[in-house]
Design a protein around this ligand. Sequence first.
Ligand code: NAD
Length: 353
Amino acid sequence: MLDIAQYTTDQIVAFGAGQRRHAGDTIRAAGYDRTLILTTPQQSELGFELAEILGPMAAGVFSQATMHTPADVTEEALTHLNASGADSVLSVGGGSTIGLGKALVLRSDVGHVAIPTTYAGSECTPILGQTKNGVKTTMSEPKLRPGIVLYDTELVTTLAAEMTITSALNAMAHAVEALYAKDRTETVTQLALEGIAAFQRALPAVLQDPKDLDARQTTQEGAWACGTVLGQVGMALHHKLCHTLGGSLNLPHAETHAIILPHATAYNQSTASAELAPVAELFGGQEPGQALWDFAKSLNAPMALQDLGVAEHDLDRMADLATQNPYWNPRVITKDGIRALLGRAWEGSAPMA
Ligand code: NAD
């Protein structure tokens, strides 16, 4: 099991089947009396279950969380929060719901407890992306990192196989980019490798038996490790490409990350060969990009942007956008190089360095 205490002192983190049933004790111990529960519309039942568990501590359920944290939804949630007299929010769900929790923390003094149900890792970071009038802006502030995170193994057993795989590859992408981040430390490298290894070890078992709670817990530990390094170092080409594609073409978040990861890794592997060598070693391949592509394929992950509805004629524009603002990356970014990478990711063919 991952030794969380070795890596964090400012976040209470707990793992285990049924953790949500102890949420009341944990929230009370942290000094909060009333909690507004947040979910997406799809997970509202889970929100009501939490309200029952919390009893009088529950200050209501707001079930309108949605992708990219739109400002109008946050304003509506803030009105509920102010009217409820809650001193904390409990976000139960994936990155979209936890994003709403962060947006409320930004606008108030409430505490934030997160019960993540995907592997995206937002619960570990001080980062918040918000959308207003169709424009997404991202910020980072220490107070946005949730103070308490409860990983309830039972709650990820409902993730469908495809979401399990894409969300896991999304998490692994944070760790792969952390390995070559300009501002990485030895601890970040160690944690990133722990995160990748956790998924490599546990994903096949989870796919064989989605209700294997031990394997599911290993994936959640991997999510915490990968999310934590995302919050500690700067990301590069992979994240820039996913944000460009996701934001401009409205693509699904986890699937886009899953498809791009082997290609972005291959692009950087000649320049960051030493940093990425452990990835190839872990997956038993010669080259890290190819090894990740083989791993994704073995899990039946989505492999081609065209399957997400991307048109081939969009690729030139995407390559333009992704190379417009200079940003740090281990290998120099060229428009031709990125266009070729996108072409391969669009077709679903193997990555090339
Ligand atoms: P999501 O939160 O958008 O969830 C996708 C869908 O899956 C939703 O309908 C949700 O209700 C459902 N779902 C979630 N968990 C489920 C479960 N266990 N069983 C069944 N259904 C479930 O997906 P995500 O990939 O977790 O989050 C994506 C969003 O999070 C993006 O907006 C992304 O930008 C953001 N994000 C932010 C950070 C950060 O650090 N700020 C990190 C990662 C992702």
